[in-house]
Design a protein around this ligand. Structure first.
Ligand SMILES: [Fe+2]
Ligand SMILES: [Fe+2]
Length: 153
């Protein structure tokens, strides 16, 4: 029984570490996208999401520190910028990344019975939902010619 718990606990730690690294990579990527943005909507969406991802990275680092007793390597290791072929391609990648993050956090939620951990993860999950919705709208505004005309403004 205790072995089983140990395996599950180890799996949870592993997933949390992967999520932490993803958050940090995403924050760097969104800084790149913010700098590429030429509209207020673009700058605003990516700047705000970047701030959230940094908050998520901090929350996950604190959680992992409490669970393992040490600062995880994933909190400190350098992360590379993302290769972005075009602004709209970048928004598409952001949408895919947010969808993947939702799946990732849903899986983590299923791996723990701890209310405390679930609350932390659920809060992050909710932010990713907001990011996903914002980037989908941003894609329509920035990357679909005639979007405004079609929506009858
Ligand atoms: Fe995040
Ligand atoms: Fe996000």
């Amino acid at each position: 029984m205790s072995m089983h718990y140990g395996d599950r606990h180890y799996e949870l730690i592993k997933e949390l570490k992967a999520a932490l690294l993803d958050e940090r990579k995403t924050a760097v990527f969104y800084a790149q996208m913010r700098d590429l943005s030429t509209s207020f909507a673009g700058v605003d969406s990516f700047a705000e999401a970047r701030k959230d991802e940094l908050d998520h990275a901090t929350a996950l680092t604190r959680l992992l520190e409490r669970l393992t007793g040490t600062i995880p390597e994933e909190a400190l290791q350098p992360v590379c910028p993302t290769e972005i072929s075009s602004y709209c391609e970048g928004i598409k990648m952001a949408i895919q990344g947010e969808s993947a993050a939702r799946v990732e956090y849903k899986r983590i939620l299923q791996k723990t019975q701890s209310r405390e951990i679930q609350d932390i993860i659920r809060e992050i999950f909710n932010d990713e939902e907001v990011h996903l919705a914002k980037f989908r709208i941003l894609y329509d505004i920035e990357c679909k010619p005639g979007y405004y005309a079609e929506s009858g403004d």
